[in-house]
Design a protein around this ligand. Structure first.
Ligand SMILES: Cc1cc2nc3c(=O)[nH]c(=O)nc-3n(C[C@H](O)[C@H](O)[C@H](O)COP(=O)(O)OP(=O)(O)OC[C@H]3O[C@@H](n4cnc5c(N)ncnc54)[C@H](O)[C@@H]3O)c2cc1C
Length: 287
């Protein structure tokens, strides 16, 4: 029975970026922006739940973010996840993908006993699509990006393999990959299931320690209502590889790009039209 770990991110609703979205120091002012479940992570979760439906096993969800990210974890429990873990620590703030993937890989190691790691192909805020592949690299496991389907998970000569289908743009390919492995999932892979009423009733009062008064934590734990909350110490993270310290990339500025009439040119679909366009974008060093 394969065990899956799913990496999900709470992201700012980028269709609603306001002027105070960025702080002076280039970090995202997450407190002021409405947040949503990163769309492709819903498909990553669905891939894990489908697998569990076929082969059994468990689905554990991990999210790194501020305490408010507990909202997406409750959402995953309503959809059928078995366990949810929030990695939250002020020392992780302003982590770029290098630091984020390190922290997530430490969390995956700490959970252990996994066969599949699922991530979304891309987050709609950073938009780098780097975290999944970087996480696989740090875990030293194979990675398959643009996953469309897990065709089969089977044991061959005592070893676990998965046969999968991935999108290659103008078609798809079938791969067999040795497990454990990491998969980044795209939105065309499946249709995320809705919340089940049974799961909602069961988990609607689940809280992380950060969301409740300290004196109530034990009671929540006893009642099985406590969503696990881990710090960087709980995952034995090297603090030099986390947060601002561990991030060579600094986000300089984020702004909404609004296309105006002046902002675009009609390109005639002719050889000459295309050649002029390429010449223009080369001259303005866009490529
Ligand atoms: C506008 C903007 C631009 C940025 N540009 C860069 C940049 O160029 N280089 C850079 O290194 N950093 C950049 N960052 C920082 C980057 O957003 C964070 O490091 C982020 O945590 C991971 O990168 P991403 O958002 O691109 O996610 P992606 O790499 O696109 O995420 C892919 C998948 O990884 C998983 N994942 C990502 N973050 C988390 C998380 N916190 N918790 C759980 N799962 C997660 C999800 O499954 C997600 O679908 C940028 C941030 C912003 C807001």
């Amino acid at each position: 029975m394969p065990n899956s770990i799913v990496l999900v991110k709470q992201v700012p609703d980028t269709s609603n970026v306001t002027s105070d979205a960025m702080r002076e120091d280039g970090t995202v002012n997450r407190g002021v922006l409405p947040t949503i479940f990163n769309p492709e992570d819903l498909h990553a979760l669905e891939a894990a739940l489908e697998l569990k439906g076929r082969y059994g096993g468990t689905v554990t969800v991990v999210s790194m973010g501020p305490p408010k990210a507990a909202d997406v974890l409750r959402d995953t429990l309503y959809r059928g996840a078995d366990r949810a873990i929030l990695i939250t620590d002020r020392r992780a703030a302003a982590s770029d993908t290098l630091a984020t993937s390190y922290i997530l890989s430490q969390a995956v190691r700490t959970i252990g006993n996994y066969d599949f790691v699922f991530a979304g192909r891309q987050a709609i805020d950073g938009d780098t699509a780097q975290t999944g592949p970087q996480c696989a690299e740090k875990l030293g496991i194979p990675q398959v990006t643009y996953l469309l389907e897990i065709i089969e998970a089977a044991e061959v000569d005592g070893e676990q393999f998965a046969t999968v289908k991935r999108d290659v743009g103008n078609g798809w390919e079938i791969l067999r990959v040795k497990l454990p492995a990491l998969f980044t999932v795209i939105e065309t892979a499946n249709t995320p299931r809705y919340w089940s009423v049974k799961n909602m009733m069961r988990h609607k009062n689940d809280r992380t320690a950060a969301e409740i008064p300290a004196e109530q934590v034990e009671a929540y734990k006893k009642a099985g209502r406590l969503i696990e909350q881990w710090s960087l110490d709980d995952i034995n993270a090297d603090l030099n590889r986390c947060g601002n310290i561990g991030s060579p990339t600094k986000v300089f500025r984020v702004q909404s790009v609004v296309l105006t009439k002046e902002g675009y040119t009609d390109v005639p679909p002719t050889q000459e039209g295309i050649s002029n366009l390429i010449r223009e974008i080369v001259s303005i060093k866009t490529i």
